[in-house]
Every structure is written in structure tokens, then in C-alpha cells.
Design a protein around this ligand. Structure first.
Ligand code: ADP
Length: 392
């Protein structure tokens, strides 16, 4: 009997999917439908023989793309669908079995994530139409951080903004921080460790995890807060917006665009948001690339040091995400900025731990881990858990 979960991550013009079997030794089928809504939509992926394919979809929308994805599952009908939903607000503290009320509650939180939640919901609605009898579960990026105490999630703003408008810190990348911290617990043999996790991809965030619960994290009301990212600024002076508006006459749309898409590694370097290219450019003497990497690493270390206040005990650091898993240089520079944590990097093992390899990279002292994230696997696991609880 098929026991796979179909994981769907639906963006405004793309759908990422993965058919995740319960048995980790069985291969996953995965792929990406992109350019949806344009005239040259396409579907790329791997089939059950491990062969890559690419299929034009014409002017497909989300529903057409989902049908094409279904046809690529080689007749393996999943037992459930797990949807990645970016924002669950305060309503969702864990994964939820989707019904009309859950859809309405996700719609209600759309004001908090106007770019993401409506696109995620389109996927939910189209999938429910396609598979009306299949259980569907919503897994939220914010849910893992609902364990934050008020001292970590409240902004020092008038209380009414929290009470009446839900303005507080939520945090994101929860699926990834949950997965790597649990994996660190398992690999280290600690029952419930105190971990600082750094998810460093295009989006970047840090998190303090104690006994499997998030106690603080670097992202806030939106994924713009916190450390420096590929094209996002991370923390800036909150007075910057008023300054840009008054002095340069910038509109709120322009400010939003620059902080989200023109800043971060790209803005600092004036070159690219891609860490691989920045590493090469720095070695060739590009000053902007060198500055971007220096600011990036310093701000991560500073964020980890700040988050250590949330933990009763610090057992170690975990690096994940495209940069965290692959850039030995970033791991080395971040670790070097935290000597008071008692970190001793094993430089040889660090240099060898790349391309999605799991590994312990310290030479004693506090633990340092590289753990490739598995958001799809975690969404499938949470989907299964929710179904089992519902059936019990
Ligand atoms: P997303 O957040 O979109 O899922 P990823 O987790 O794949 O992104 O991370 C993308 C980042 O990882 C990019 O900045 C990319 O340059 C970086 N990256 C990928 N491979 C390497 C590598 N070998 N060395 C340094 N950086 C890398």
C-alpha cells in the first residue's frame, strides 16, 4: 500500500512538490512547476527511475500544474497532502487538518503575509478540488515559534497594536529549525539540548531551541527582521523608513522593495546575492564582496550571541541551509567571532563537510554541527503525526 505524503509548497508563480515515502530508503519524487500564469509555464522534476524530465505546460495556472504533477507520480496516489503555509499567526501553534474553518483562518492571517499566504492558499484550494477525498494538512512556518515567551515575541510598542492588530514577532523557517534541532538532539544523544540554529539560505534566520521548543528567533512580524540575507536587509534602524520618506521622498512601496529585494548580500556587494560567486569575487580582490561577507558573518555571530540569552544552557551550534551546509568559510568566520562560546572548530572536518553532508565539525568544547535541512521530510512527518492523532 502506498504510504507517501505529497508535500506542496505553492508560491505565486510556482509549485514545488515532493512525494515523500514513509520509508526513508525509498526514493522521493520531486520537482518544480514554474512560470505559472505566463505563457511558458513548465514542469521539471525526477521520475521514479531517477531520470530528470522537463515538460512544457503552456499557459498553465496552479490547477493545471497540479494535474500535471499528479500525472508524474507514476500512479502512486499519496495518503495525504501536506501544504507549506508561511503564516499561521497566533491561531496555529501546530499543523492543522484542513477543513473550511482552517481555510478561513488562513485567509484571515493573509494580512500578515500578503505575498505568501494567498499563494499558499491557491495551492490548498486547487488540491482540495483535485483530491476531494484525500486528507490535507497545513504545516506553518511560524508554528514552531509559537512557544516563544512574551519577552521574546513582544515589540516595545503600544499594547493596542498587539491586541487589536496582532503586531508581534512570529518568526519563520520553523520547519527547518524544528528539523535540525531535533536531529541535533538525536545525533548528540542529548535528551533535549540547548541549541542555536542558523538557517542560512536565500532567506536567513537564527533560533534558540531548548528541549525541542523555540525560545527566540531572529525573524519577526515579517521575514525581513534579523540577520543579513541574500537580498533582504535584516535589521535596520526603525527610523530609516521615515528618513527615506522625508529626505528622499521614497514611497512605502519603494522602501519595501529596496529592503526586500535590493539589499542584503546583493546590496552590500553591488554584485550578487549568491554566496558562491561572492566567495570567488572576494578571492579576486572585490572589495564589495569582501564587505558583504564580513557584515553577513558578523551579524550572524551577533544574532547567535544575543539569542544565547534565551537558553538556560548552550550545548552547541547547528548550521543549515544552502550557505550553512556548503560554505566552510562562513562557518569558520562565524565560529571565530564567538570565542567566548568556547568553540573549537576542526578545520579539516569543516572543510570536508559540504554538499549536503551531515557532520560534527568541532574539535572538542561546545558542539558544532552541520545538518542539511529537510523541510519536505519534516512537513511529511508533521502531516502523518496530525493524521494519526486525528484517527486515534
Ligand atoms: P533557499 O533559501 O532559496 O532554499 P538555499 O538554502 O538553496 O536557498 O541557499 C541558497 C544559497 O546557498 C545561495 O546564496 C547560494 O550561493 C548558497 N550556496 C549553495 N551552494 C554553495 C556553496 N557550495 N558554497 C557557498 N554557498 C553556496
Amino acid at each position: 500500500m502506498e504510504t507517501s505524503v505529497l508535500v506542496i509548497n505553492c508560491g505565486s508563480s510556482s509549485i514545488k512538490y515532493a512525494l515523500v515515502p514513509k520509508d526513508p530508503d525509498r526514493p522521493r519524487l520531486s520537482g518544480l512547476a514554474e512560470r505559472l500564469g505566463s505563457s511558458d509555464a513548465r514542469l521539471k522534476g525526477t521520475d521514479s527511475q531517477g531520470e530528470s524530465f522537463e515538460q512544457p505546460l503552456g499557459a498553465a495556472d496552479h490547477a493545471v500544474a497540479l494535474e500535471a504533477i499528479l500525472a508524474r507520480l507514476d500512479g502512486r496516489l499519496p495518503v495525504a497532502v501536506g501544504h507549506r503555509i508561511v503564516h499561521g499567526g497566533e491561531h496555529f501553534t501546530r499543523a492543522a487538518l484542513i477543513d473550511d474553518d482552517v481555510v478561513a483562518a488562513i485567509e484571515h492571517t493573509a494580512a500578515l503575509a500578503p505575498l505568501h499566504n494567498p499563494a499558499n492558499l491557491e495551492g490548498v484550494k486547487a488540491t482540495r478540488r483535485l483530491f476531494p477525498d484525500l486528507p490535507q494538512v497545513a504545516v506553518f512556518d511560524t508554528a514552531f515559534h509559537q512557544s516563544l515567551p512574551p519577552r521574546a515575541y513582544r515589540y516595545a510598542l503600544p499594547e493596542a497594536l498587539y491586541r487589536d492588530h496582532a503586531i508581534r514577532r512570529y518568526g519563520f523557517h520553523g520547519t527547518s529549525h524544528a528539523y535540525v534541532s531535533r536531529r541535533a538532539d538525536a545525533l548528540s544523544g542529548l535528551e533535549g539540548g540547548g541549541w542555536l540554529t542558523a538557517h542560512l539560505g536565500n532567506g536567513c534566520s537564527t533560533c534558540a531551541v531548548w528541549h525541542g521548543r523555540s525560545l527566540d528567533t531572529s525573524m519577526g512580524l515579517t521575514p525581513l527582521e534579523g540577520v543579513v540575507m541574500g537580498t533582504r536587509s535584516g535589521d535596520v534602524d526603525p527610523g530609516l523608513h521615515a528618513h527615506l520618506s522625508r529626505q528622499l521622498g521614497w514611497t512605502i512601496e519603494r522602501i519595501d522593495e529596496v529592503l526586500n529585494r535590493g539589499s542584503g548580500l546583493l546590496g552590500l556587494s553591488g554584485l550578487t546575492n549568491d554566496m558562491r560567486e561572492l566567495e570567488v569575487a572576494e578571492s579576486e580582490g572585490h572589495a564589495g564582496a569582501a564587505l558583504a561577507i564580513e557584515v553577513f558573518c558578523y551579524r550572524i555571530a551577533k544574532s547567535l550571541a544575543a539569542l544565547s540569552c534565551a537558553l538556560p544552557r548552550l550545548d552547541g551550534l547547528v548550521f543549515t541551509g544552502g550557505i550553512g551546509e556548503n560554505s566552510a568559510m562562513v562557518r569558520e568566520r562565524v565560529s571565530a567571532l564567538l570565542p567566548h562560546f568556547g568553540l573549537q572548530l576542526n578545520h579539516t572536518v569543516n572543510a570536508e563537510t559540504i554538499r549536503g553532508r551531515e557532520g560534527r565539525i568541532d574539535a572538542g568544547g561546545r558542539q558544532l554541527w552541520v545538518i542539511p535541512t529537510d523541510e519536505e521530510g519534516q512537513i511529511a512527518t508533521e502531516t502523518r503525526q496530525r493524521l494519526e492523532e486525528t484517527a486515534a
